[in-house]
Write a protein that binds this ligand. Structure first.
Ligand SMILES: Cc1ncc(COP(=O)(O)O)c(C=O)c1O
Length: 380
C-alpha cells in the first residue's frame, strides 16, 4: 500500500491531459498540443557543445553536491548583476531542475501541519511539494480580472504560516507582478516573519515589462529563497538543471536533502549551464521575440472567438476565461475530443481556475492558427 503521504498528492493534471493526447496521437490522430510547459526550440548549439566537450574531457564523475564551483560563481554573478541580489557562490545550490529545488525548500522549511500560502491559480507542483512535506496549502484568491493579483493575503496568515510562494512571470497565467504588488507581499512576509519562495524561472520570457526579484526588495534578502533554472530561458527542459539561493541555515537544509537523494546535478550538464550563462544571449532574445508574436496571434484570436483572455506579460501561457462555453474541465474535454486540441483545464491550478483553460503557445504560429480555427468550430 502506498504511504499516507503519497495519497495526499494527486497526479499532475497537466500530465494527465498530455497522456490522453499522446494516446490519440498513437492512434494516428493529428492532435494540436497546447498543454505542455516547455519551449519547442532546440537548446542553443554552444550549450550542447560545452556539455559534450565536458563529457569527452572526462567530467563524468560525481561533482560536489552543491554544484561545480565555476557554475555556482557564474550563477551568483548573474544574480548580483541582473537580479540585484547580494549573494556569493557559496549561497548558490545547483539542483537537477528548479522543481527539485522547490521540493528541497518545502522539506527544509515545513513541518507536519504547517501552512504554506499559494496564490490561486498556481503551478501544480507547489501544492504537491507542500503536501509531500506534510504541510497544508492555504489558497489566497487572486483578482482574475486584474492581472491575477493576490487579494487579502493577510487574512490568510495564521501562526502556522511558514512560507508564501510567489511566481512571476507566472504559470499558468503569464501574469507579471509590478513593484507595488511585490511590495505588498514583502510587507506581509516581514510583518509576520514568513519566508518567501520566489520562483523566477520565467524571468527571461517577459514582454515589455520589468522583472523584479523579490529578494532585492528592502528587508527581503534573508527571508527570500530565490529559485531559477535553465529549462525555460535556454530551452533546456530535458537537461534538468536549476539553482536556488538562500541564507545559510536554509541552504544547509537543502544541501542535506540533495546530498542524500540525488547527490548533485549531472556533471557535464553543469558545464552546459555554465556556457548558457557565459555565452551569447541572442538565442534567448530571439526565442522571446517568437513567443511574443505567437502570444499576440493567440490572444487576439481567442478574443475574436469570444473567449476572454487578458494579454499575458510573460511566460508562454494564455489563461483564458471560457465561462461562456462551459467550465474549464468541460471545455478542455470538448476541445480534445471534438477538435483534437489539447489544453489544460484551469481547475488543475486551483479553485479560481475553474472557468479557465491554460493554452501554452510554445508551438509554431501555423499550429496556433490551425488550433484557433479548430477551437472556433468546436465552440461556436
Ligand atoms: C513555475 C514553474 N516553476 C518550476 C518549473 C520546473 O522547472 P524545471 O524544469 O527547472 O524543474 C516549472 C516547469 O514547468 C514551472 O512552470
Amino acid at each position: 500500500m502506498a504511504s499516507s503521504r503519497l495519497k495526499r498528492v494527486e497526479e499532475s493534471a497537466t500530465i494527465k491531459v498530455a497522456n490522453i493526447a499522446t494516446k490519440l496521437k498513437q492512434q494516428g490522430v493529428d492532435v494540436i498540443s497546447f498543454s505542455l510547459g516547455e519551449p519547442d526550440f532546440d537548446t542553443p548549439k554552444h550549450i550542447c557543445d560545452a556539455a559534450a566537450d565536458a563529457m569527452y574531457r572526462g567530467e563524468t564523475h560525481y561533482t560536489p553536491s552543491a554544484g561545480i564551483p565555476e557554475l555556482r560563481e557564474a550563477v551568483a554573478n548573474k544574480l548580483r548583476t541582473e537580479n540585484k541580489l547580494d549573494v556569493s557562490g557559496s549561497d548558490v545550490l545547483v539542483t537537477p531542475g528548479a522543481k527539485q529545488a522547490i521540493f528541497e525548500i518545502m522539506l527544509t522549511i515545513l513541518d507536519d501541519g504547517d501552512e504554506a500560502i499559494l496564490f490561486d491559480p498556481a503551478w501544480v507542483s507547489y501544492d504537491s511539494a507542500i503536501k509531500f512535506a506534510g504541510a497544508n496549502t492555504v489558497w489566497v484568491p487572486t483578482d482574475t480580472h486584474d492581472n491575477f493579483k493576490p487579494q487579502d493575503i493577510e487574512e490568510h496568515i495564521t501562526d502556522k504560516t511558514r512560507i508564501i510562494v510567489v511566481n512571476t512571470p507566472g504559470n499558468p497565467t503569464g501574469a507579471v507582478y509590478d513593484r507595488k504588488t511585490l511590495r505588498n507581499i514583502a510587507d506581509v512576509a516581514i510583518d509576520h516573519d514568513i519566508f518567501v519562495l520566489s520562483d523566477e524561472i520565467y524571468e527571461k520570457i517577459i514582454y515589455d515589462r520589468e522583472h523584479i526579484s523579490l529578494g532585492s526588495m528592502e528587508g527581503m534578502q534573508d527571508r527570500t529563497i530565490t529559485v531559477n533554472g535553465f529549462s525555460k530561458a535556454y530551452a533546456m527542459t530535458g537537461w534538468r538543471l536549476g539553482y536556488v539561493c538562500a541564507r545559510p541555515d536554509i541552504f544547509d537544509g537543502m544541501l542535506k536533502i540533495q546530498s542524500h537523494s540525488v547527490s548533485s546535478a549531472t556533471s557535464f550538464v553543469q558545464y552546459g549551464g555554465l556556457a548558457a550563462l557565459q555565452g551569447p544571449q541572442e538565442p534567448v532574445t530571439e526565442m522571446v521575440e517568437k513567443f511574443r508574436v505567437r502570444r499576440d496571434i493567440l490572444v487576439q484570436g481567442l478574443n475574436d472567438i469570444g473567449i476572454k483572455c487578458q494579454t499575458p506579460g510573460g511566460a508562454f501561457y494564455a489563461f483564458a476565461d471560457v465561462s461562456e462555453f462551459g467550465n474549464g474541465d468541460e471545455v478542455s474535454e470538448k476541445l480534445l475530443v471534438d477538435a483534437h486540441v489539447a489544453v489544460t483545464p484551469g481547475s488543475a491550478f486551483g479553485e479560481s481556475g475553474r472557468d479557465f483553460i491554460r493554452i501554452s503557445y510554445a508551438t509554431s504560429q501555423e499550429r496556433i492558427k490551425e488550433g484557433l480555427l479548430r477551437i472556433e468550430s468546436a465552440l461556436t
